[in-house]
Write a protein that binds this ligand. Structure first.
Ligand code: SF4
Ligand code: MG
Length: 318
């Protein structure tokens, strides 16, 4: 079947001065199928949020294409655009900055419905109440302002807002990384339940692999604007293949100290290089212990080493 979303050779570049181009997303290709959760993982600055924003049309790609249900999202008619903007939603990383402080919770949650549906005001309010209830808040919260709520409650409001227009696909951009550890699991479990009940499809962005392990069907690893590895989740955690994925996995904290001791850690040397004017080569070359001259001169191609397991690394040829 046709994937719900197809990302084809997507680039998003930002010109920051006459001689400097920041290549936030640099030739990225992947698909998302209906009903899946795809984890998108990488360190901050690797382009994962920018990729997410291109997917929901908050950013216009510099080149390449995003197809939603087979249609190029850059060439939609006005009516198709309206539909697209309710079919795809985004939940943001910062629940403090992403809610308008001058609007009541009821206004925040019903705003999208007023644009995208023909519901009356009363019907919008009724639906907003039901949604708040669904995310663990209640109708007494409707007339309050977002600053009166905790981070976890604000993220619930953000989730209710996203759900208000009956989306099919949601980009969850690090939805729990700003929250207390004690409530992270609650929010993840709630997102999972909502997915099962409503048949949602997620792109779940996170900066470490441990967060997405239990919720992702497939995982995509990004490094400096490029996808280095993509695989079904079980396969990725059992057989990480790209040197960067291996390094990321070896730095997952292990709860049992005995296991932690025996677990060989692979350290990545150096700092993340700048994505400004990147060289045409493997982006990981400066930090990879296996790097050869070829790695510093040639961009590695994406190769399928097992069904659905893609790796971009020159080591694969050997
Ligand atoms: Fe390391 Fe070369 Fe593979 Fe890049 S292409 S990850 S530098 S071995
Ligand atoms: Mg980000």
């Amino acid at each position: 079947p046709e994937p719900l979303l197809k990302v084809d050779d997507l680039c998003k570049f930002f010109r920051i001065s006459r001689n400097a181009v920041l290549k936030a997303v640099n030739h990225v290709t992947f698909n998302i199928n209906k009903g899946e959760t795809v984890g998108l993982v990488g360190e901050s600055g690797c382009g994962k949020s920018t990729t997410g924003r291109c997917l929901v049309n908050l950013y216009e790609p510099t080149s390449g294409h995003v197809y939603f249900k087979g249609k190029d999202t850059m060439t939609l008619t006005k009516a198709e655009q309206m539909k697209f903007h309710s079919d795809v939603q985004m939940i943001f990383q910062n629940p403090y900055a992403s809610l308008n402080p001058r609007m009541t919770v009821g206004e925040i949650v019903s705003e999208g419905m007023k644009i995208h549906t023909k519901l009356s005001h009363a019907e919008c309010m009724e639906k907003a109440e039901a949604l708040l209830h669904r995310v663990g808040l209640n109708k007494e919260h409707m007339s309050r302002f977002s600053h009166e709520f905790s981070g976890g409650q604000r993220q619930r409001i953000g989730i209710a807002r996203a759900l208000s227009v009956d989306p099919e696909f949601i980009v969850c951009d690090e939805p729990i990384s700003a929250l207390d550890v004690s409530i992270q699991a609650q929010v993840i479990n709630m997102l999972k339940e909502l997915q099962d009940d409503l048949g949602l499809t997620y792109l779940f962005i996170a900066h470490d692999l441990s967060v997405v392990k239990y919720i992702s069907d497939r995982v995509i690893v990004m490094y400096l604007g490029t996808v280095v590895e993509e695989a079904p989740a079980d396969e990725l955690y059992a057989h990480p293949t790209h040197p960067y994925t291996k390094a990321l996995l070896s730095s997952i904290p292990v709860a049992d100290p005995k296991v932690a001791k025996s677990n060989k850690r692979i350290h990545i040397k150096g700092e993340i290089p700048s994505p400004i004017n990147p060289k045409e080569c493997c982006q990981f070359a400066d930090r990879c212990v296996y790097a050869t001259d070829r790695c510093r001169a040639e961009v590695p191609k994406r190769k399928e080493i097992e069904p659905g397991h893609f790796v971009s690394c020159h080591l694969i040829d050997q």
